[in-house]
Design a protein around this ligand. Sequence first.
Ligand SMILES: Cc1ncc(COP(=O)(O)O)c(C=O)c1O
Length: 344
Amino acid sequence: MRTIDLRSDTMTQPTEAMRRAMAEAKVGDDVFCEDPTINRLEEMAAERLGKEAALYVSSGTMGNLVSQLAHCGRGDEIILGSHAHTFFFEQGGSAAVGSIHPRTVPNQPDGKMALEDIESAIRGDNVHFPRTRLILLENTHNLCNGCPLEIDYMQAVGEIARRYNLKIHVDGARIFNAAVALGAKPKDLAAEADSVSFCLSKGLAAPVGSVVCGTQDFINEARRARKVLGGGMRQAGVLAAAGIVALNEMVDRLADDHANAKKLAIGLADMPGISINPDHIQTNIIFFEIVRGDMAPEEFVQKIHVGGVRMLPVGPQKVRAVTHYHITSEDIDQALRVISKVMG
Ligand SMILES: Cc1ncc(COP(=O)(O)O)c(C=O)c1O
């Protein structure tokens, strides 16, 4: 029995084209900026995101951390969402490693921070306060049903940032999902951002890696931060080669993942004991609630695993499912059959 693994889009395996490109990649020492494949990936990424320069890093976590380290100094403050991946799931790296103070503002259900909340979190000039330096946005927003942030919201945050002389970093781990869902260009979604990081190893199916994009000066600083974190990777062109294939071949098909997530959400909405509003699903991440007192999410997840379907329990009632390259429309039908039996 094939497992239908909906735990995360990080479960994706490299494609045949990626494996070939990896085997044939020309490489060099990237700490000397001499790996031609990494240089090519960085040029492509900068061009797609409309920025001057880019830096290949090992992970989304490293991309967000080097960006914060490049923008902020010791004791500076960043404003970010209460449900931001960077706040929840990155070990508080900016505080632990960079002495950067996080100031959270509530995330609305659509992944945004209310503009008035952002503005009122910005510190005035006062000897008691840390200095606000950076606003961090997440697009798509993982914990908020994978919601994409639209261009007009980005522009509104950009206007605030300019008024208070702040920088904007976008954790765009899934910014290509946002672009496909909104029918927007990634560079237009990133236009207000001083820096943006995106992941190659999630829906785009590369085995490893993320890229940070920004001005050349910012990337020079981010490169220093990457080195001190131990992220200078030498002949990593063998990995970056898969990233080039990801950017060339794996972006447009993300629409299939979004259609499959919507189909799954619509199917789940009809099931007894499950609560979900399919209208909230715009990309490849769905959260739903088990609303049967006699079944905890852990038990639900164990039972569907026996039937060959995997999902993640993520709270007292919540379960997460993420569609990706290896999930077909037929897999969604099969997953719904298994879940229907369990809930029946
Ligand atoms: C929104 C978001 N940002 C950052 C990351 C971190 O990426 P990585 O696991 O590559 O460190 C993730 C991972 O799931 C994510 O969902």
